[in-house]
Design a protein around this ligand. Structure first.
Ligand SMILES: *Cc1c(COP(=O)(O)O)cnc(C)c1O
Length: 458
């Protein structure tokens, strides 16, 4: 079938849903570095993590060798509420760009939480419930993860405590109310309810918060509350594992219609959607079966891959979490206040960091006004109002398609459209009013964050 005869939207059948997640670490020659204990600097063992994380999730975190991990039936049944998600041929965008390139997008915004985060939230809530826990604590930045987790906890009857980065709590009151509707308890971070929150408030008066602070608070509460564990919506190996459902569906849809992607693009905050989208394709590349170009896209104001250091660092500002080897801007790094586009985390998944370090994928950084220009063009052509995070990937997909216009190459580009932007209208308002600005941190701005990276030669 020629590319122009295939359906606009490729839907898999329900019975074509993947029944196992794919663990890309099994095919990596250089495994991602393990999480280490900040005191002993030794790799964390199962027992070390037990007070913080759910047992089954720790096993997944530590498993570098099992290629396929079965999706539990309860999780698969929940997936059926909103999966498979469509892979759409962006013919209207292609026409507007007048490019010979073919652009496809995998849309993960078709659920109430509005993003891919539900794919991991439901798995994590399931394992917590199975372990007999009372509830979970977490942080949320823009609010998508908190919403996804609130939905998942409501489904399994678990208590859910969310620390929401203060700037988002104030800018996104509707997100907060969605979470509360699903039964979650939402606290702006840094709060005065935790020791670490009080300390951060004292050291940085008036701070609008960061994901790093909110993580520290959520971990503190999990450690202090009987029957609670902490869950995280990105960065960790287990989250990339759950998100592989995105890539497995994409790969199945490509096979069904004989689509051969050349370039696969995703935005990168902590790396979970990108890690999930590229997983099976990266597996083929690692096994020498096929070659693809993978591009991680990040904000110029939070450039972990493109300007960060590959080193062991704390995952959180309060240093209560284990340390991960990753591309990092330093755990004290907080993006400039004018940054509205999400993807604010200082670090990056260890899996993706290793793959990037080994030259198996590329990264680009983009300025937010350019990102919103791409978002606007996408909304006006393809109809979907994209999340600012997703629009980073749209920006680079458009740039790649425009390059094809110059060279005449008929490349096939797949981008991860991670979510919708309905709760991001403050950012869109700034863009529409022409008041959105770009801030690229100077080397000396970044040096302050780098100075907080511990000096560990591992
Ligand atoms: C959280 C989020 C991201 C970034 O997180 P990753 O873990 O890097 O995928 C991207 N897009 C949307 C819509 C999100 O909610």
């Amino acid at each position: 079938m020629s590319i122009n005869d295939m359906p606009y939207k490729i839907y898999l059948e329900e019975n074509e849903l993947p029944t196992s997640w794919y663990n890309v670490r099994a095919d990596m020659k250089n495994k991602p570095a393990p999480l280490i204990h900040p005191g002993t600097l030794e790799p964390l063992k199962f027992e070390d993590m037990q007070p913080i994380f759910c047992d089954e999730l720790i096993k997944q975190e530590l498993d570098d060798n099992t290629r396929e991990i079965k999706i539990p039936d309860e999780v698969l049944n929940f997936y059926k509420m909103y999966r498979p998600s469509p892979l759409t041929h962006a013919v209207f965008l292609e026409r507007a760009l007048n490019t010979p390139a073919h652009i496809f997008y995998k849309f993960e915004g078709n659920n109430t939480s509005g993003s891919h985060k539900l794919n991991s939230a439901i798995a994590q809530a399931y394992y917590a419930k199975k372990q007999g826990l009372k509830g979970v604590t977490t942080e949320t930045g823009a609010g998508q993860w908190g919403t996804a987790l609130a939905m998942a906890c409501a489904f399994f009857g678990l208590d859910c405590k969310v620390f929401m980065v203060k700037v988002s709590y104030e800018q996104k009151p509707f997100r907060r109310e969605v979470m509360r509707t699903y039964g979650a308890d939402v606290t702006p971070s840094p709060s005065m309810n935790t020791e670490i929150g009080k300390k951060i408030n004292a050291e940085h008066p008036g701070t609008t918060g960061s994901l790093g602070c909110a993580i520290s608070e959520a971990v503190e509460v999990a450690l202090k509350s009987e029957g609670y564990r902490y869950v995280l919506g990105s960065v960790l190996n287990q989250v990339l594992l759950h998100q592989s459902v995105i890539g497995l569906e994409t790969s199945a849809a490509c096979k069904k219609y004989n689509i051969k992607p050349d370039v696969i693009i995703g935005c990168a905050g902590g790396g979970s959607n990108l890690g999930g989208l590229i997983a099976p394709f990266m597996g083929e590349k690692l096994r020498g079966e096929a070659d693809y170009k993978f591009i991680a896209v990040e904000p110029a104001s939070c450039p972990s891959f493109t300007r960060g250091k590959f080193a062991y660092d704390f995952c959180d500002t309060g240093k209560v979490c284990p340390m991960a080897k990753m591309y990092t801007l330093g755990h004290d790094f907080i993006p400039s206040a004018n940054h509205a586009g999400g993807l604010r985390y200082h670090g990056m998944s260890s899996v993706l960091s290793q793959l990037y370090h080994d030259g198996l994928m590329e990264a680009r950084s983009v300025e937010q006004t350019k990102v919103f220009e791409a978002a606007e063009q996408f909304a006006r052509t393809e109809g979907i109002l994209p999340a600012p995070e997703s629009s980073h990937a749209i920006r680079v997909a458009i740039d790649e398609a425009l390059k094809c216009k110059e060279t005449g190459e008929e490349k096939t580009i797949i981008l991860g459209l991670t979510g919708t932007g309905y709760f991001d209208m403050t950012a869109y308002e700034q863009f529409n009013n022409g008041t959105m600005s770009d801030y690229i941190p100077t080397d000396s701005d970044l040096a302050k964050g780098f100075a907080t990276i511990p000096n560990i030669n591992k």
